[in-house]
Design a protein. Structure first.
Ligand SMILES: C[S@@+](CC[C@H](N)C(=O)[O-])C[C@H]1O[C@@H](n2cnc3c(N)ncnc32)[C@H](O)[C@@H]1O
Length: 210
């Protein structure tokens, strides 16, 4: 496929909290190697890809290295990918360029600059939780649009994922946060039964706009 080069856009005038988040995440991505598994899509997208429409406009919020973005772009979605880390966005653009995938990647604070209403057929969020922007994500879906969400839960192995409880989901919380949508699937297994099997440490949801 002959595609235009991936686009990047730097929004102006970052605030000091935006700067500190950017610096923190840039440091983490600079420590990452190119073979990092973070170029992989989240399980919620990988296992439930059969729920995706055949084409459309997609957004990955807080994309990091953009495993979900690359996955969607390979399936010919028109993908916007946003993250506060310019290092992560730079690496994503490089990877997309190597694969000749057309994506639009932006260094962007999604809290200050949430998506506009009714723009996307698919939105993906993995390992990022900012409850305040959930209403913006719901509004950003087009009619029948889908959200794929996967992130850490409180009932997890303490050695895995963030320690700050503000970034961890409570029981059934994704169901509550997206209660305005039609739930297609929800998985949260916590520490139930044999923890060597199943989905541990995270919850996942796919939900559809009416
Ligand atoms: C744990 S990483 C997850 C990255 C990716 N979604 C994944 O699953 O591999 C969290 C990401 O959120 C980004 N992030 C944190 N605050 C943000 C904000 N306000 N706006 C945009 N991105 C943000 C970080 O730069 C980081 O890439």
């Amino acid at each position: 496929m002959n595609s235009p080069p991936p686009a990047i856009q730097q929004l102006t005038a970052p605030s000091s909290s935006q700067n500190s988040a950017r610096i923190k995440w840039n440091k983490r991505y600079l420590c990452n190697t190119d073979s990092s598994p973070a170029f992989e899509p989240a399980l919620v997208l990988l296992e439930y890809a059969h729920l995706l429409p055949g084409s459309g406009r997609a957004l990955e919020v807080a994309c990091g290295l953009g495993g979900n973005t690359l996955f969607l772009a390979r399936r010919m979605f028109e993908v916007d990918a946003w993250d506060i880390s310019d290092v992560a966005i730079g690496r994503l653009i490089q990877r997309a360029g190597q694969e000749k995938l057309a994506i639009t990647a932006e260094t962007r604070d999604v809290l200050r600059h949430p998506p506009a209403p009714k723009c996307y057929d698919v939105i993906v969020v993995s390992r990022f939780l900012e409850r305040a922007m959930i209403p913006n994500l719901i509004q950003a879906l087009r009619p029948k649009g889908l959200i794929f969400y996967q992130t850490f839960i409180k009932d997890k192995d303490p050695c895995v994922g963030p320690k700050n409880p503000a970034y961890l989901l409570g029981e059934n919380e994704l169901l509550t946060l997206f209660s305005r949508l039609k739930v297609v699937l929800y998985r949260e297994e916590g520490q139930l039964g044999d923890c060597h099997q199943g989905l541990r440490n995270e919850a996942m949801l796919v939900a559809q706009n009416w």
